[in-house]
Design a protein around this ligand. Structure first.
Ligand code: AHG
Ligand code: MN
Ligand code: MN
Length: 340
């Protein structure tokens, strides 16, 4: 096939799928549907600063339509698109208490289910900082021909078929991982296409940035304090302290960690013994992406991707990023477990 420079995400995904003769193309069309939802959410995100002029979210706009909050809008957009897709049997969302099983015949016969955090970092909307959407795709384990069930959504991350995120940053990007690698596509607004811009992404083995809400310091246990002191000291590996960066949008902090290397941490603390971030909507998809890019993701002493969820909205501590930095963090965490 002749090489050309501009490769759209759809074209790339189809080409990748062709490498597997048994593939039916359903996963590619599901990724295309998620990309479409991303473009629609992006259009709304880009107008977020104009709500005071055009009408507050929750107020009635000029056309007499009630404007939705962005996270509700993002959630409904994803649900509507996936519901009308023949390739998705059902969804679970950070914004919904229960899973939604699509009951039409096409959906009941489809192989895949999708989980998502429709708008991550939503507290950043008001200050015009980056936000994102995170998604995960599993092959269902329940019987085809019937609506999907809770077991489909309680699979460990090591069963993921694909996962990714859309970052509404200084440009809009979609990054997705399959078992064969991680690729990033930047939205070219004039043609409305995600174009391959970051092929075969690898997370550097080492990094110089640690990312954590250090304001929670007083709630951390001694192993975390020891680790943070290590980050702030002239450590042996780099003979300088690490830099600290924390946006407060996991998608944005993880995108930097993937590209530049580093470690992102949301640990357990005295008031949140399981941490804050959600296993199925945030931690598993990011762990899958980072591992496919050569990095590492742990919850303490074990791998995030090996946790078998017992409920839809489970939380977990997370240490994720460059493999050598995460391994170093494990030394501190295991030292604590040894003592207690
Ligand atoms: P969400 O907006 O989906 O609720 O997620 C916010 C998450 C995540 O994006 C971020 O890393 C973390 O919350 C920030 O939490 P703190 O403000 O506690 O640091
Ligand atoms: Mn989130
Ligand atoms: Mn969210």
């Amino acid at each position: 096939m002749q090489h050309r420079k501009l490769i759209t995400m759809d074209e790339f995904t189809i080409r990748e799928t062709r490498k597997f003769p048994q593939a039916t193309g359903e996963l590619s069309s599901l990724l295309r549907d998620i990309g479409l939802a991303g473009k629609i959410i992006n259009k709304q995100v880009r107008r977020a600063g104009l709500v005071d002029i055009l009408g507050e979210h929750g107020a009635t706009n000029i056309q007499g339509e009630v404007q939705m909050k962005l996270d509700v809008f993002a959630n409904e957009t994803l649900i509507n698109i996936l519901k009308s897709s023949p390739d998705c049997a059902g969804i679970a969302s950070e914004e919904n208490d229960e899973l939604v099983a699509f009951e039409d015949t096409f959906s009941a016969n489809s192989k895949y289910i999708v989980l998502f955090d429709p708008l991550d970092g939503s507290s950043n909307i008001d200050v015009n900082a980056p936000i994102g959407t995170i998604f995960s795709i599993y092959r269902r384990v329940s019987e085809l021909g019937k609506p999907c069930t809770i077991e489909d959504f309680l699979q460990p991350g090591n069963k993921l078929m694909a996962a990714g995120y859309i970052l509404y940053g200084s440009s809009t990007m979609i990054v997705y991982a399959t078992r064969i690698g991680v690729n990033g596509f930047t939205l070219e607004p004039s043609i409305g296409e995600f174009c391959l811009s970051h092929p075969n992404l690898k997370c550097p083995d080492n990094g110089k940035i640690y990312s954590i809400n250090q304001g929670n310091w007083v709630k951390y246990d001694s192993s975390m304090i020891n680790y943070l002191n290590y980050c702030m000291e002239n450590n042996k590996e780099d003979s300088r302290p690490y830099s600290h960066r924390y946006i407060g949008s996991m998608v944005a902090d993880m995108h930097r960690t993937l590209i530049k290397g580093g470690i992102f941490i949301y640990p357990a603390d005295k008031s949140s013994v399981k941490g804050k971030l959600r296993l199925q909507y945030e931690c598993n998809p990011m762990a899958f992406i980072i591992e496919a890019a050569g990095g590492k993701a742990i919850y303490g002493t074990g791998n995030i991707l090996d946790i078998v969820p017992t409920e839809l909205h489970e939380r977990t501590p997370i240490f994720i990023g460059s493999k050598n930095m995460v391994s170093k963090a494990i030394e501190f965490v295991s030292a604590k477990e040894h003592v207690s």
